[in-house]
Design a protein around this ligand. Structure first.
Ligand SMILES: Nc1ncnc2c1ncn2[C@@H]1O[C@H](COP(=O)(O)OP(=O)(O)OP(=O)(O)O)[C@@H](O)[C@H]1O
Length: 360
């Protein structure tokens, strides 16, 4: 017996929505998927007319679908946004070089300007070189800290103050679980926020906060989007891997588990009197930091001084140690104010990227 779409009741149902279990047709799936994201954007006032938005584009499924959907919604609902693709080249041979090729094709397909910033230019180290120094155990810490700053720095170079990333509901639920397991109250409070307000110089938001990973994969598959699907060769973060497996098991029993965990994370209140980190500016590079030196500067100093565990373990580090100058001739991160100054004096350079360009 033919099963008809539970929404339009006209076309044949060809898929079961992972989020709701509804059996629906392809066009109703596209419509509900895109409309839910539109509602997330509108309800949370993520954008305003005239905003210039950088899409963190890794070439993977999440950010490719994000670029596609944002472009579609911007046109459909006339948001009036200027969209850019912003990619970070971490310097991972056989992984990021290939995925960046996908981003370059996406640039052509979506006709969006693209800016690529690299760890090598920003920090003087590629991830390939970092892994040679630190091995495979802690390399994700370096990559995560450096990427976060690299996205902000890329935005500042473009004269943009808002970046969106493809973090989806599964990613956020995993982070809630991880922060609970670690008792990390400060991060638990922040990780469910759809917009990080004021803790970085660049506003950062997650339009896929309520979007299930399985639906993103389904959307990319049915729309035949061009994305890169290989996992990072430097191995997934093991701790997150356990949280992910646990979450997938829960989802298999009860699909609403993902949203429920996000709602639980949102509902946690921090007891008054709990000491929270205070934000200041890194004395070395000007980036936002809860210590005298930001994490990226500490990690970079460790690499440059042949102490790659500096900033990873507590034992070998004192405040004086952290504040020592790096070896002469060894890279330091460019001071944020210098990028901002360059942007202020040459705004046309960033604006010129508005035209679809091939400046990578
Ligand atoms: N190299 C990068 N350049 C630009 N943005 C990135 C990069 N890596 C990650 N991001 C941004 O951070 C989001 C989450 O990254 P994560 O490492 O969890 O990748 P993911 O879940 O595989 O996402 P994707 O499928 O988009 O690669 C991405 O969707 C993207 O917006």
């Amino acid at each position: 017996m033919v099963k008809y779409c539970a929404i339009c009741e006209k076309d044949k149902a060809v898929l079961r929505r992972p989020k709701t279990g509804q059996q629906i047709c392809k066009s109703c799936f596209y419509f509900v998927f895109e409309t839910e994201i539109h509602h997330t954007i509108v309800d949370n006032k993520l954008f305003k007319r005239g905003d210039r938005i950088a899409i963190g584009a890794s070439g993977g499924k999440d950010s490719t679908v994000l670029a596609h959907v944002l472009k579609t919604l911007n046109e459909r609902y006339d948001y009036g946004l200027e969209l850019y693709l912003l990619s970070v080249d971490e310097g991972i041979t056989g992984y990021r070089d290939d995925s960046l090729e996908t981003v370059k094709r996406n640039q052509q397909q979506y006709e969006l300007p693209l800016k690529i910033v690299s760890y090598s230019d920003l920090y003087g180290w590629t991830m390939d070189e970092i892994v040679k120094e630190v091995g495979l155990k802690n390399n994700c810490t370096f990559c995560g800290v450096f990427r976060r700053q690299a996205l902000d720095r890329g935005c500042v170079m473009l004269g943009i103050d808002h970046v969106v990333t493809g973090h989806n509901a599964d990613d956020i639920a995993e982070t809630v679980l991880m922060n609970i397991l670690r008792g990390d109250i400060a991060r638990l409070g922040r990780c469910t926020e759809i917009v990080t307000k004021g803790d970085t110089m660049v506003r950062r938001s997650k339009p896929f906060k309520y979007t299930y990973e399985k639906e993103i994969v389904m959307y990319a598959y049915f729309k035949k989007l061009d994305y890169f699907s290989t996992e990072c060769i430097y191995s997934p973060n093991a701790y997150r891997g356990y949280a992910r497996t646990f979450l997938k098991d829960l989802e298999a029993i009860r699909p609403s588990a993902i949203i429920d965990i996000i709602h639980s994370g949102e509902a946690f209140e921090i007891k008054s009197g709990v000491k929270m980190p205070t934000q200041q500016t890194c004395t070395r590079c000007g980036y936002i930091s809860s210590n005298e030196l930001c994490k990226a500067c500490v990690l970079l100093e460790g690499l440059n001084r042949g102490l790659p565990r500096l900033g990873i373990t507590r034992e070998q580090r004192t405040r004086n140690d952290e504040a020592k100058e790096t070896k002469k001739g060894v890279t330091k991160i460019q001071h944020f104010s210098e990028i901002q100054r360059a942007e202020a004096t040459a705004p046309s350079a960033a604006r010129a990227l508005k035209k679809v360009d091939l400046s990578y």
